[in-house]
Design a protein around this ligand. Structure first.
Ligand code: HEM
Length: 127
């Protein structure tokens, strides 16, 4: 009996819907919108690739962009504790909107929580 990866359990279609819903919320969040580009098409595409491999699916992000090095890739952007909280709150809202519940949501969110904390690179008063 082969266990499903979280990517397989979630499904590509649901993951894509989550990412699109998430960036729709980021675009409207006053703490986040200013550090993102006006167009979310490209970042949503990259995030779909990244989260696919993060959840145990094919290595789509690495194939196109190389080693993820997510903390390094975020260094050009001031990620304060407030922005990490805002990012996570948009993710929870997106999960709510698409109706993602249960252990799969909880495990996915716990990992994202740790990754988001790890991305913080700027103290609160320097943003
Ligand atoms: C890129 C913000 C956390 C995955 C970016 C960009 C910003 C950003 C501003 C660049 C957008 C551009 O292309 O101009 C944030 C903030 C976070 C956060 C404020 C709060 C902690 C995360 C987390 C993940 C993630 C937790 C993954 C689980 C990505 C990916 C990209 C990206 C895959 C595209 C990287 C590339 O250019 O190849 N993020 N991010 N981010 N972020 Fe985040």
């Amino acid at each position: 009996e082969k266990r499903l990866t979280p990517f397989e359990a979630l499904g590509e279609e649901t993951l894509h819907r989550l990412v699109d819903t998430f960036y729709g919320l980021v675009a409207q969040h006053p703490d986040l919108a200013p550090i993102f580009p006006n167009q979310f098409t490209e970042i949503a595409r990259k995030q779909k690739q990244f989260l696919t491999q993060y959840l145990g699916g094919p290595s789509l992000y690495t194939e196109e962009h190389g080693h993820p090095m997510m903390r390094a890739r975020h260094l050009p952007f001031p990620i304060t504790p407030t922005r990490a909280k805002a990012w996570l709150s948009c993710m929870r809202m997106a999960m709510d909107k698409i109706g993602l519940q249960g252990p799969l949501r909880d495990e996915f969110y716990s990992r994202l929580f740790l990754t988001a904390e790890h991305m913080i690179n700027t103290p609160e008063d320097e943003n």
